[in-house]
Design a protein around this ligand. Structure first.
Ligand code: G1P
Length: 294
């Protein structure tokens, strides 16, 4: 112990977004509370961060998002009802969705100025140490090891900044941050540049960043000074791009399946995948799917 790079103890969860793509479902309910199988999106990213060793969970929240903090709170009435009814496995699930005291931190993003601005809103809570960012829109099904835990291994070996990445069809480059990378050397590649949502003709590669980042605190100074980029928003991608060269920067082609749950297709696909991976549900769900496709 005592050697190597400083540990990543804190994770930032930008959860201020409005979720317009799911209206009217998200008129009153935060999009991060939409369920995949038996858990809301936000719980998947919380569990992934917890598995990776994260100790402090920082929500960058906004108006009408109180349900998110409620979800992770202790619910004594519910627990006593489940206990009285002998519903032990349900009780275990409820307890597992509770955050231990002193681990949840909240800050607000008063205006929707972009992902970079949302992350910057957590600067004072993060301080001068490396941190993770997890976007609840991006759900990764990785039964053996969560995506952030895989990234932590890269961080422990190389230090600096690490993003999770996957290859997308060329026509999809305009939906993601795209990596300009050096020669392929297996799942980990050295990042040479990053471009936010380039048109296919301008894309340096097909390697897209998904919403998992391990970042050095120097990114906050970049965000602080930054002007709006693609889409008129303050982009995290632009701030990260300015760290390349000054700090190690790696992209990991993680093991697992990614679902873009910011839209209905990815969300429905995620529900099917997690349902089929649930032994209590899979046989009947297969029957339903067979029936629908007959
Ligand atoms: C954000 C980032 C983008 C990244 C994507 C992953 O975009 O700006 O670089 O590829 O998340 O989901 P958004 O989906 O918020 O438009």
């Amino acid at each position: 112990m005592g050697q190597g790079f400083p540990p990543v103890r804190k994770a930032v969860f930008p959860v201020a977004g409005m979720g317009t793509r799911f209206l009217p479902a998200t008129k009153v309910m935060p999009k991060e509370m939409l369920p995949i199988n038996d858990r809301p999106l936000i719980q998947y990213v919380y569990e992934e961060a917890r598995e990776a060793g994260i100790e402090e969970f920082i929500f960058v929240t906004g108006r009408h998002k109180e349900m998110l903090e409620e979800h992770f709170d202790h619910q004594p009435e519910l627990e006593s009802v489940l206990q009285a009814r002998g519903k032990d496995s349900m009780l275990d699930k409820v307890r597992d969705s509770e955050m231990p005291a002193g681990r949840l931190f909240l800050t607000r993003q008063p205006k929707a100025l972009g992902l970079g601005h949302a992350v910057w809103c957590a600067a004072r809570l993060v301080g001068a140490e490396p941190f993770a960012v997890l976007l609840p829109d991006d759900i990764v099904h990785a039964p053996e090891q969560g995506c952030l835990a895989q990234m932590m291994e890269v961080y422990r070996a190389r230090g600096g900044n690490v993003v999770a990445a996957r290859d997308v069809p060329l026509e999809d480059t305009s939906k993601y941050g795209i990596v300009d990378h050096a020669a392929e050397d297996g799942p980990v590649v050295e990042v040479r540049g990053l471009v936010e949502k380039p048109a296919p003709a301008a894309a340096p590669s097909r390697l897209s960043v998904i919403g998992r980042y391990i970042l050095q605190p120097e990114v906050f100074a970049q965000l602080e000074a930054q002007e709006a980029g693609a889409g008129g928003e303050i982009q995290l991608t632009d701030a990260m791009a300015r760290l390349i060269g000054a700090q190690p920067f790696s992209a990991l082609r993680f093991a697992g399946r990614h679902f873009d749950c910011g839209g209905r297709l990815g969300f429905i696909a995620a529900n099917l995948a997690f349902g089929l991976a649930d032994p209590g549900l899979a046989p009947q769900l297969r029957g339903v799917l067979d029936g629908l496709s007959a």
